[in-house]
Design a protein around this ligand. Sequence first.
Ligand SMILES: Nc1nc2c(c(=O)[nH]1)N[C@H]1C(S)=C(S)[C@@H](COP(=O)(O)OP(=O)(O)OC[C@H]3O[C@@H](n4cnc5c(=O)[nH]c(N)nc54)[C@H](O)[C@@H]3O)O[C@H]1N2
Ligand SMILES: Nc1nc2c(c(=O)[nH]1)N[C@H]1C(S)=C(S)[C@@H](COP(=O)(O)OP(=O)(O)OC[C@H]3O[C@@H](n4cnc5c(=O)[nH]c(N)nc54)[C@H](O)[C@@H]3O)O[C@H]1N2
Ligand code: SF4
Ligand SMILES: [Mo]
Length: 909
Amino acid sequence: MQSQKKSELETTLSQNNTSTWKKTTCAYCGVGCGVEARMTPQGKLEVRGDEAHPANFGRLCSKGLALGDTVTTNGRLLEPSINGDAVSWDQALTHVATSFNDIIEQHGPDSVAFYVSGQLLTEDYYVANKLMKGFIGSANIDTNSRLCMASTVVGHKRAFGEDCVPGNYEDLELADLVVLTGSNLAWCHPVLYQRLKTVKEKRGTKVVVIDPRETNSCDIADLHLPLFPGSDIALFNGLLAYLSKLNQVNRDYIDLQTEGFDEALQQAKRFSTITAVALATGLKTSDIETFYDWFRITPRTVTVFSQGVNQSTSGSDKVNSILNCHLATGRIGKAGSTPFSVTGQPNAMGGREVGGLANTLAAHMEFGNAEHASLIQTFWDSPTLAQQPGLKAIDMFDAIESGQIKAVWIMATNPAVSLPESERINLILANCPMVVVSDCIAETDTTKHANVLLPAQGWSEKSGTVTNSERRISRQRRIMPSPGQAKPDWWIISEVAKRMGFYSAFNYQTEHDIFIEYAKQTELANTEEHTRRQLNLSGFAGMSAQAYNDLMPTQWPVSREKDAERLYEDGQFSTPNRKARFVAVDLQPTASTVSERYGLMLNTGRIRDQWHTMTRTGLSAALNLHDPEPMLDMHPFDASDRGIKDKQLVKVFSECASQIFRVNVTSKSAVGQCFAPIHWNRTNGSGGLVDALIPANTDPYSGQPEFKATPIEVKSLAIQATLDVALTSALRSDFINDIEPQYWTKRKVDGGYLYRLEFAEKREDVYERFNRLLHEKKRTSIVSCKSHSILGVITLSESSNMAYVISDTQAEHIETDVSVLLSSDFALPDVHAFLNGTLKAPSPTICTCKQVKQADIETAFFEKGACSVEKICEMTQAGKGCGNCISEVGRCVNQLLNDTSLKIDCASR
Ligand SMILES: Nc1nc2c(c(=O)[nH]1)N[C@H]1C(S)=C(S)[C@@H](COP(=O)(O)OP(=O)(O)OC[C@H]3O[C@@H](n4cnc5c(=O)[nH]c(N)nc54)[C@H](O)[C@@H]3O)O[C@H]1N2
Ligand SMILES: Nc1nc2c(c(=O)[nH]1)N[C@H]1C(S)=C(S)[C@@H](COP(=O)(O)OP(=O)(O)OC[C@H]3O[C@@H](n4cnc5c(=O)[nH]c(N)nc54)[C@H](O)[C@@H]3O)O[C@H]1N2
Ligand code: SF4
Ligand SMILES: [Mo]
């Protein structure tokens, strides 16, 4: 079946030959970079940055540049299925529709739910929201933006009266001071970071990073404030009190354009001395003063904030503590002067617009507003409109657990990995009577629990719009044919809706039909000056299909009268009296604190080259070079206290679960704090599942989980043997289970996969079990060889090109990269050469974009006389892609320069 589909795809590709460059938008982060893509005759997708796109002006980061690697039919979900059996689309859609209808009939509309995602297109999102809120009549639709942007949504609504980001990207370039708080911009919004870095070099923009750990964003920081986890409110309330004490607030602005200042200030006065702030945040008084002083004297200040602020039990209040300081100085929506929440996913903003969150109705119209409800119901011609907010993500899964919700449809998100208490979430999904999953990947932790699997088109196949962090709507365009029977998400939802009995309301022919319906919806209740919302796409309401196809990136509001601009520059906000609101907030402790039992605080987040649960970036060999295993960063003091050595395996315990990680000892983590990436999951290993460790504590207003402050304890794990397995195709999971490793990981390398399996038993015992298994499986050819701390090599069968390498890690972890064995001309003699040490191990990749290895840097240094980072980058092209590796090039050069044994005299060069 799969190969037949592949050949259909190949036929289409060869018919099309190399296509022309088409403009689309990157599949990943909320920067929303413009991409140009085309298909080669070989069916590969070539990408380059779109120079005309105002988000990136041609730049792309390592993930954007590797988009072509992730477009593959390998591992794709290709056909609909019910309980594991392939069925036709009609059978699958009818089954979903009748099951939902039956459950609703018996148990009411609130017994079903949708859990959706900021990776859906606006058109998909719009249709899902319309079906749940307007036709099923429940508001039980929530999105993974609950885990991501929900606290900012609350903060914006409380302060501005509407969920709006006032600024533009350009403001980062026009600012004199940029504060990055709870944002690792260098890795998570790399192109914005590059824009900031470039402008800093030209005009000396000051950069302050507020983050408990030293991130790569600190490379351009003039000041790093490593505050205690969760203590942001003390810092920003202290700033408000400081500004007021020195009479440096904007009194006119406060009086005319805002309300609630006095109450907010009163609350902030708990931190009216620098000492009080220092005690609460753990920061040096001199550093606090420097930050406050820079903020005071710099009208052009942009404060960028992200998950270090949002993902907290006081996330909403943290957001308002930041907005309060900007309101007090009148720095909102002005050139180079604004608070700036950067969105995570490509369409986190679009989902918030259409009403993807359980507690908004649609198009920034709200529950509890009778006029909004009645206008929407008439607009949709809906039989029954949800009257009150639905369940937020965490509550939704609790309701599935308690049996209140009996059917859930999950689209474009992987909650079995990404929700807190993920072991419990897996049980909940396993026990839920009806789980429907729409995804483009066949095997994810969530698809495993599906009763019904629906194959969705992925990036490069689907077509529609996304909105980025600066409210810019861009087109994602179809470039490749979709494999198998994959369909657009909006089509799948609409077909189910039609079969549920709502034919005419969901009889869309194209994504354009949906987009203009949405644009028209934003006009509702949006003409009167005193109730006007900023979200207004009326300028698109009459758009032709051709104009939609040709749509250039455009910021909202897109009203008929005027072009987009910064929001709230005129001081007129979206509240009933058009005044912004200060919110009185106070510092709250994190939900859990460290104790004798759990003595370290776990912080979690992202690494440079992986995206979320790795279903897509995990497919690219280039992206898997950066951090091949789930690492736990830990300060040297904490490691030595526990007798833990760098790069050894450890077991991490929290009150919820335990997980295995490899330790990275680094002073970039503060004493008492650890950091782990969020990306690893059950399809690519047995360890590093961070969300298993995290309790589901949430912010009382936003319902956003506290992902960044979990008390843990760490113990070293005794490992006696390591098995590195290089393979041209993936191992079956039952075979891995039979080998009984303590821990394993899988990663994509050129030409195949590399597995690492670790064992607690003696290597001889592992070897014996392995031999026995091979015998049982009748794959017996064994070559044994002892050298270089490697115990043996076993080929299962020469024809299948498989090699197993057992190494002994008790002494030294082998640094040699077995991926060299998987070069395209891989053959058994290579294995021997590898074991004998005559096969050269590959050098680590420093620059993913330009594929520059450490060895290339060393060649430029030793053989071509380049001593400086600039010269080395010039010669090797390192840093000429996204530029994010430049600090790593710097580290390589410093290492060489500081190596006294090399006796390098740069001055004479
Ligand atoms: N490479 C890559 N880029 C991505 C993504 C990805 O998966 N991979 N995902 C995208 C998505 S969906 C999102 S939401 C964004 C997230 O983008 P970011 O929010 O920048 O990323 P995180 O790594 O989650 O967290 C940011 C920082 O918050 C810090 N932090 C932790 N606790 C606190 C605290 O109490 N106070 C303060 N001030 N800081 C704290 C962490 O140490 C971390 O460095 O990234 C987007 N971009
Ligand atoms: N501990 C901890 N946990 C976190 C976070 C953290 O910082 N720390 N961050 C949280 C945040 S901010 C986020 S955004 C979440 C992200 O978490 P998830 O949303 O669970 O992660 P993804 O891997 O992006 O899941 C997207 C799924 O949709 C599929 N997919 C991709 N494109 C499409 C499409 O077009 N249609 C359909 N139907 N499917 C598609 C992918 O194959 C994948 O299975 O994780 C959250 N979890
Ligand atoms: S910064 Fe990178 S991941 Fe984000 S949109 Fe741009 S190219 Fe894509
Ligand atoms: Mo996110």
